[in-house]
Each structure stands twice: as structure tokens, then as C-alpha cells.
Design a protein around this ligand. Structure first.
Ligand code: NAP
Length: 438
């Protein structure tokens, strides 16, 4: 009998765990549960549609999932359709790889108002994935957009809003999104950063991409780099490169569209109107030694009027019933990926939403190593193989397999060919069900 493992989440973290498990033991039997009706998590729903090269990782992950010892069950929610108690004694290991699928919320914003939302809704929208129309109505986007935060997600959103739609047309971005962007003529995107240029969380590659947009100029507001910041830059290539890029921005080139980056600006108040927002910012400064600088609010403030506000201040994980969770860090409690008993974890739910997709590879290796160390002292081999399929069938839960995914993938690509796009995404559960005759 082979070792059996259940993985929760078929995103990059889950896929890398499968890869590492099979490397260690090619005979291992692996079942994967995924709540979406398709695999690949953020690779499909988070990576911007114009980042085609990264999206190409899908083919790499497909080779991993196509292994004969791996069974994928999508459209199945762990905790609802399948409970921990039903599987805990059946598998030698259970890996939780559920990511960070919730927005961090800004304490000065009223998210029930139609003129602001968290970044996740917007990212899901331009990725052709389900977004909550009660939280975000794209019709409210207008000529001036404000974004809080300067991470890679903020830059992705700014780039999609400012890039000529002709350059996005052939990607998998839905045509309804392009039509709306064409109709709305977004002319100004304002990014507000509570600290300085040296503390920007974004990567140079993403920064460079937005600065290189042919039709949009970039203006930096309050660009200041102190000697302490320069010391911080000395120790980190990313910061050094970011500062070089900021410094390379030439003043004076004006375009019809503009990206404004406002440093040292902490949101103090948002005054809501029916069709516009007035944002009040307190100016900040930094004090302290390198990498330990503290943010201090000054008495200076300013206001800016905009049409729509997106907070892009990072993501957080959500707890799963019966799995130990730290409510302050929003991560699963673990030691080197081992949670307790036969439970393990990997990816953002383990370490928080940091790094790029490839970071999950080393992260998965750490957790899989912990699993095999655990097996050495707990050598019982359980009967996990084929259990999930029977359990799902006995509960009459509609699930999709890897073969179903290959069919859906093919349909999406064929529809894309007809409209000169890389694919036409189908994310609606009911539509997928009927297309796959389930
Ligand atoms: P992030 O990298 O953590 O950036 C969050 C930004 O929000 C930071 O500028 C942060 O400033 C700011 N922020 C946090 N709380 C705030 C508050 N209360 N008020 C004002 N500003 C606040 O998060 P992200 O952009 O969502 O990215 C998540 C992960 O996805 C990252 O690992 C990112 O690299 C990855 N990602 C990668 C790509 C890519 O590789 N192309 C694309 C998208 C996302 P402070 O630094 O001051 O906290």
C-alpha cells in the first residue's frame, strides 16, 4: 500500500507540494480538493492577464497534476462539502494550502459605500473571475482613480487601468472589461503610500513596467530619500533598483493619462459623496535606524478629490474549522510547515501573502520535508486512496476532475481563437457544469 495524502487547495502552493511529494516518493497517492470549479488558484485569478509569461506556468503545473497517482476534485469546499473529521484518520498527511483569499481592510473606509472597494474585487473582475457586485460595481469607475498601497497588486491595477486597451485585447482579459475601460477613459491613477520610496513593497520589474507605459506619464509627489533610506537600499537589491527607477522618471513629459505616486501620505478621512470622494491625508515622516524606521504623522495634511478608491493593502488568510489558526497574523500555526498530528501547511496560509509564485517551491519543500520526518516516527500507512471520490459520490456533490479541467481548458482556448484572444475564461459554476455535462 502507498502513502496517501490529501491536499486542500490546487493553487501554486498545492501544486508545488504535489511536485515535492512525488519527487520524494513517486508511488505516493495524492487527492486534491479545490473549492473553485477549476485549478491553479491565484495563477488563474490573481496574476494580471497581460502577464502571459507567468500565466504560462499553468502548463508546468498541469504536468504535475496529470500524474496517474494524483486525483483532482474541484468545486469541493473543505469544511463544508468535506469536513476535517471525515478525512483526518484516512490520510497519512493533510496539507492545507488555501492561500490568503481575503482583502485587508482599511480602518478609515466604509466598504459598504459604492465608491470604494478592496483590491481583490477589482483583480477578480479583470481576471474574469467571480467578484461580488455588492462590493464592487465597475460602472462606478471613472476618470480619476485612487489606490492606497504600493505593492505589486496596486501596480497591476494601475497598469491595467492605464495600458492602451489595444495592448490588452489579445490577452485573456474579458472583452466586457475592455469595453468598460474604453467607455470610462481613466485619465488619472493616484497611488498613495504611507511611507517613502525606499519602503515601497513593489518589485522593480513591476515598477518598470508601469513606468514604461507609452501613453502615461508618471509624477512623483514628495519624493524624498534620506541617508537612512540609502543605508536600507545598500542591503537590499530590490530597494536599490526601485530607487534607481524612481530617480529615472523625467519631469515634464506630460501625457493624456497620468500615474501619480504620492509618498508619505496616510489616509485620515474619506468624505463620501454620491459621485465623488474627498480624501484627506496626513503627511508622515520616518525616524529611526535603518530597517527600523518608525512612521510619524505630522500636523500637515492635504486633500484630493477622486471618483473611486481601491485599497490595495495586502491580503489575509481565513481560518478553517478545527485547524489551529493565529487570529493576529491570519496564518495557520505551524513549525516548519507541520501544524499538528498529520496536518501540514504550505503557501500563503502558512507564511502570509509574500513573495512571488516561485517562492512557494522552497516553501513546499520545507513542509514536505517535515512530513517525511513525521512519517519516520509515525509509520502507519492509511487507506486514503480513492476515499474522497466515494465520499463525494455518496454525498451527491458535483465535482470536476483533471480530465474535466483539460476539456474546459480546451473549450476556453478554442473560444479564444475565434476572438483573437489567448483564451475566453469560463468561471461560472453552472456554465461549467452544463458545458461538461455534469
Ligand atoms: P503588499 O506587497 O504587502 O503591499 C501592500 C501595500 O499596502 C504596502 O505598500 C503597504 O505599506 C500598504 N499598506 C498596508 N497596510 C496599510 C494601511 N493600513 N494604510 C496604508 N497602506 C497600507 O501586498 P500586495 O500588493 O497585495 O501583494 C501581495 C503579494 O502578492 C506580494 O507578495 C506581491 O509581491 C505578490 N504579487 C506579485 C505580483 C508579481 O510578481 N507580478 C503581482 C501581484 C502580487 P507598508 O509597507 O507601509 O505596510
Amino acid at each position: 500500500m502507498s502513502i496517501s495524502v490529501l491536499i486542500i487547495g490546487a493553487g501554486p502552493a498545492g501544486c508545488y507540494v504535489v511536485e515535492q511529494l512525488l519527487k520524494k516518493d513517486p508511488n505516493i497517492s495524492i487527492d486534491i480538493l479545490e473549492k473553485n470549479p477549476y485549478p491553479f488558484g491565484l495563477l488563474r485569478t490573481g496574476v494580471a492577464p497581460d502577464h502571459q509569461k507567468i500565466k504560462g506556468l499553468q502548463r508546468y503545473f498541469e504536468k504535475i497534476l496529470a500524474n496517474q497517482n494524483v486525483s483532482l476534485f474541484t468545486n469541493v469546499e473543505f469544511g463544508t462539502d468535506i469536513k476535517y473529521q471525515e478525512v483526518k484518520d484516512i490520510y497519512d498527511g493533510i496539507f492545507i494550502c488555501t492561500g490568503s483569499a481575503t482583502d485587508n481592510l482599511h480602518d478609515k473606509l466604509d466598504y459598504s459605500h459604492h465608491l470604494n472597494c478592496g483590491s481583490l474585487q477589482v483583480v477578480n473582475w479583470y481576471n474574469g473571475t467571480y467578484y461580488n457586485p455588492k462590493k464592487f460595481n465597475p460602472q462606478h469607475l471613472n476618470s480619476s482613480i485612487a489606490i492606497i498601497g504600493l505593492g505589486n497588486v496596486a501596480l497591476d491595477i494601475a497598469r491595467i487601468f492605464l495600458k492602451p486597451t489595444s495592448k490588452l485585447q489579445s490577452t485573456e482579459i474579458p472583452n466586457q472589461v475592455l469595453d468598460l475601460l474604453n467607455q470610462k477613459h481613466i485619465s488619472d491613477v493616484h497611488i498613495f503610500v504611507r511611507r517613502g520610496p525606499a519602503q515601497a513593497k513593489c518589485s522593480p520589474k513591476e515598477l518598470e513596467e508601469v513606468l514604461e507605459l507609452e501613453n502615461a506619464s508618471c509624477t512623483l509627489h514628495d519624493f524624498k530619500v534620506s541617508s537612512v533610506d540609502l543605508e536600507e537600499a545598500e542591503s537590499t537589491n530590490r530597494i536599490k533598483k526601485n530607487l534607481e527607477l524612481f530617480k529615472s522618471i523625467s519631469a515634464g513629459t506630460q501625457n493624456k493619462q497620468a500615474l501619480h505616486i504620492h509618498f508619505y501620505s496616510k489616509l485620515d478621512k474619506c468624505i463620501y459623496d454620491s459621485d465623488k470622494l474627498t480624501l484627506r491625508f496626513n503627511k508622515t515622516k520616518l525616524a529611526g535606524s535603518p530597517n527600523q524606521q518608525k512612521l510619524i504623522e505630522t500636523t500637515d495634511s492635504y486633500e484630493l478629490c477622486t471618483n473611486f478608491l481601491i485599497s490595495s493593502i495586502g491580503y489575509r488568510g481565513t481560518p478553517l474549522s478545527e485547524i489551529p489558526f493565529n487570529d493576529n497574523t491570519h496564518k495557520i500555526k505551524h513549525t516548519l510547515g507541520h501544524v499538528q498530528d498529520n496536518i501540514f501547511t504550505a503557501g500563503w496560509i502558512k507564511r502570509g501573502p509574500t513573495g512571488v509564485i516561485g517562492t512557494n517551491k522552497r516553501d513546499a519543500l520545507e513542509s514536505v520535508t517535515s512530513f517525511f520526518n513525521y512519517l519516520e516516527s509515525n509509520p502507519t500507512i492509511k487507506k486514503g486512496k480513492n476515499t474522497i471520490q466515494h465520499l463525494l459520490q455518496s454525498k451527491s456533490i458535483t465535482f470536476f476532475t483533471y480530465q474535466d479541467w483539460t476539456q474546459l481548458d480546451d473549450i476556453e482556448i478554442q473560444q479564444g481563437i475565434k476572438t483573437n484572444k489567448s483564451r475566453v475564461k469560463i468561471s461560472d459554476k453552472q456554465k461549467i457544469k452544463s458545458l461538461l455535462h455534469k
